[in-house]
Ligand binder design. Structure first.
Ligand code: NAD
Length: 355
């Protein structure tokens, strides 16, 4: 199994190193063989080649099974023009790989309940919601413009979806729901928007292929409220680009800690881009202080979605849970009475717990 690895900038190399330890241990325990190819992107690529995403990096990533990304960016490159900044590489690689479905699990480990902004009784045994956001269509890519009026100006952006765009992301969401609790909520604004009415019709049509998955619909305003009122009612959510942008941030923050949250962006076939949701945290780079768990959980998503190895993915997630149970914490999730450890030790302990 071939993996392109982009360590990136800031804490990127620190956390990716821990992902290697985990994958090496998975390879022993589950008899899987990984081949890694490290490539440059972001600030590291700007320093070497003058661009945030060299053609060679994209070519290699396109020919490979999965891409693991640490994080990119930092002050050093902040004054470059927009298209040359490290973050431009992120948008370009997502587009270049055609990854149209962004999966962001909001997982609150019961051991970290006090990190959430919600009350303990709302959280119950913890949270595990998967938000599937359409990533390459909708209002962020629709036609837009401005014109002068006799007084002031008018500006517009267009929300538009094709049947094909909705079908393919709906299918990803149904497939994921099938591997989980088999409940899918599609979120739209079909009481007002025509594009949402098409969205709903297409999702209902795709549902006919998945009779084992229970589908329901919710308007986006209600969904925003339900996420904080009773988040445990959700298993998998599928929604448009803009609604997903907003709701996935809301859902992820219910868990309270940036250093714990992974993500996957999927396209046609098995190609996937896996990365933690946090940035390059330059304030922590090279100091053995970053939490590597978001990156380690991103590798679990890779094992599940690109390599179809639920057993290995679950083993990684259980290893994380066991190390938290044993009371070990990096500084960002430190609580009274727990044992403070660094990035390297967290990586070693999680790898050692993979069985
Ligand atoms: P950030 O996510 O890097 O950091 C925000 C805060 O969270 C900081 O206090 C940081 O120390 C902390 N933090 C982040 N990840 C952590 C971890 N794994 N363990 C412990 N603490 C962690 O966001 P920012 O400070 O806004 O951005 C820093 C740089 O990262 C910028 O250049 C930004 O453009 C870039 N960025 C990159 C990505 C990406 O690569 N996907 C995403 C967001 C931001």
């Amino acid at each position: 199994m071939k993996i392109a690895v982009i360590p990136g900038d800031g804490i990127g190399p620190d956390i990716v190193k821990q992902a290697y330890k985990v994958l090496d241990r998975v390879s022993e325990a589950f008899n899987m063989k990984f081949e890694y190819q490290e490539v440059d992107m972001g600030g590291a690529a700007i320093d070497k080649y003058g661009v945030p995403l060299p053609d060679e990096t994209l070519d290699i990533c396109r020919k490979i099974d999965a891409v693991l990304l640490g994080a990119v960016g930092g002050e050093k490159w902040d004054n470059l023009p927009g298209h040359l900044r490290p973050e431009a590489g992120l948008l370009a690689i997502r587009k270049g790989l055609g990854v149209f479905a962004n999966l962001r699990p909001a997982i609150l480990f019961p051991q970290l309940k006090s990190a959430s902004t919600l009350k303990e009784e709302v959280l119950g045994d913890g949270l595990n919601i998967m938000v599937v956001r359409e990533l390459t269509g909708g209002i962020y890519f629709g036609s837009r413009g401005r014109k002068d009026l006799s007084y002031g100006q008018e500006a517009w952006d267009t929300e538009s979806y094709t049947t094909h765009e909705v079908e393919r992301v709906a299918r990803v969401a149904f497939e994921i729901a099938r591997k989980r609790d088999k409940r899918l909520v599609s979120i739209d604004k079909a009481n007002v928007l025509e594009s949402s009415r098409l969205w709903r019709e297409v999702v209902c049509k795709v549902a006919e292929e998945y009779p084992d998955v229970e589908l329901s619909h919710m308007y986006v305003d209600n969904a925003a409220m339900q996420l904080v009122r009773n988040p445990r009612q959700f298993d998998v959510i599928v929604t448009t680009n803009m609604f997903g942008d907003i709701l996935s941030d809301e859902a992820s923050m219910l868990t309270g800690s940036l250093g714990m949250l992974p993500s996957a962006s999927l396209g046609q076939g098995k190609i996937g881009l896996y990365e933690p949701i946090h940035g390059s945290a330059p304030d922590l780079a090279g100091q053995d202080k970053a939490n590597p768990i978001a990156t380690i959980l991103s590798t679990a998503m890779m094992l599940r979605y690109s390599f179809d190895r639920e057993d290995a993915a679950a083993a990684v997630e259980e290893a994380v849970s066991r190390v938290l149970d044993q009371g070990f914490r990096t500084q960002d999730i430190m609580q009274p009475g727990m044992t403070l450890i660094g990035t390297e030790e967290m990586g070693d302990r999680i790898a050692a717990e993979i069985k």
